[in-house]
Design a binder for this molecule. Structure first.
Ligand SMILES: Cc1ncc(COP(=O)(O)O)c(C=O)c1O
Length: 361
């Protein structure tokens, strides 16, 4: 087998090797069924068990009470940008957003397209989204307050979540879900495209507080209503079976091998300390996010010139370190280090960066 690269891609992204091995192991015979998971009925007992395990494990890891549903909805995080205002905006109550980058901007655009009264109560656009806004006024009259917990492209992350009193928080956690523990109580809805921290592309995980389901209007297509998914345990139509199956294995790994979210958060913090610590001391690699807003998941940085950046990415790739190019909209470099990237892999990256600087700095 060809040597696997160390995968710093932003998503689809690295998954834990033991999970990939487990998938390979049981691929032709899923739970003794004599079929693979992509051939078996989504209504079969083995598949339903897997789906239920994914749901239960999410609840356990995030310490979610019975007031929450966990569902899987096709269409990725991008469909959630539209479903949220369609389902959760209350008559005469505006929807509030905090704009921290490309993905929040898209969420805001979709809410406007849905004809809702959208208020952007804070934004970091003035400094190219390089920080997380600190001061903003939450209005109790809002239907909800939407924010993006981790900004995959700009490399910033909320260290502490905004406080919104009785207004339910709605959060795009696509690029840091299950990377650290948090208190879910203030949240009305949390969503994440699966293809970064928890699985392959093809579905979003959506966690929704049951009382918010009362807001879902009747007159909408079934596939766009949260109640369709919560009422039928994500099995109204054929779900993305392979995604759900992989998510269930990733969550098992997170729970049983890593030891839960406290442990995961400790590892993620160590990884970030090593990489940012090295960069800050280098005088060569420059982080683009303000220090206190830095993301533990996506580390965005520049080298002294664009030529050196291109060379850095190309040579890293030759050395087996993939996916280090920044997003096409911002340039520069980015190392995405989701849960599946371990400490040793960050050390290898830092060694490579030090060598490159010695040669080119
Ligand atoms: C924070 C965030 N939100 C939303 C998206 C869009 O996700 P999807 O491709 O699942 O629609 C991404 C994708 O990179 C993302 O990073």
């Amino acid at each position: 087998m060809a040597k696997r690269i160390i995968n710093f891609n932003p998503g689809p992204a690295a998954l834990p090797l033991p999970v990939l091995e487990e998938i390979r192991e049981e691929f032709l015979d899923f739970k003794g069924s004599g079929m693979s998971v992509i051939e078996i009925s989504h209504r079969s007992k083995p598949f339903e068990e897997t789906l239920n395990q994914a749901v239960e494990r999410t609840k356990k890891l995030l310490n979610l009470g019975d007031e929450f549903h966990v569902v899987f909805i096709q269409g990725g995080a991008s469909l959630q940008f539209a479903m949220i205002p369609m389902n959760l905006a209350l008559e005469g109550k505006p929807v509030d957003y905090i704009n921290t980058g490309t993905w929040s901007t898209k969420a805001i655009k979709e809410a406007k397209l849905m004809g809702k009264e959208v208020r952007v109560i804070a934004s970091s656009e003035d400094k190219n989204f390089s920080y997380i806004p600190k001061s903003f006024q939450v209005d109790e009259k809002a239907s909800y307050l939407h924010f993006t917990s981790n900004n995959t492209i700009k490399g910033t992350q909320w260290a502490e979540f905004p406080k919104a009193g009785s207004v339910p928080l709605v959060c795009d956690m696509s690029s840091d879900i299950l990377s650290r523990p948090f208190d879910a109580k203030p949240f009305g809805l949390i969503y994440a495209g699966a293809q970064k921290n928890i699985g392959p592309a093809g579905s979003a995980m959506v966690i929704i507080r049951k009382d918010l389901l009362d807001r879902v209007p009747d007159s909408m297509p079934s596939m766009l209503k949260y109640t369709t998914f919560t009422g039928q345990n994500s099995l109204y139509n054929t779900p993305a079976c392979f995604v759900i199956y992989t998510v269930s294995l990733v969550l098992k790994w997170l729970d049983e091998t890593i030891g839960g979210l406290e442990k995961m958060a400790e590892i993620n913090q160590k990884k970030a300390d090593i990489l940012y610590g090295f960069m800050d001391g280098s005088g060569f690699y420059r982080g683009t996010a303000e220090k206190e807003s830095r993301s533990l998941m996506n580390v965005t940085f520049r080298l002294p010139s664009e030529e050196l950046e291109a060379k850095f990415v190309a040579e890293a790739s030759k050395a087996g370190l993939g996916g280090l190019k920044g997003h096409r909209s911002v340039g520069g470099c980015r190392a995405s280090m989701y849960n599946a990237i371990g400490l040793d892999e960050i050390k290898e990256l830092v060694d490579f960066m030090a060598d490159f600087q010695k040669k080119e700095g």
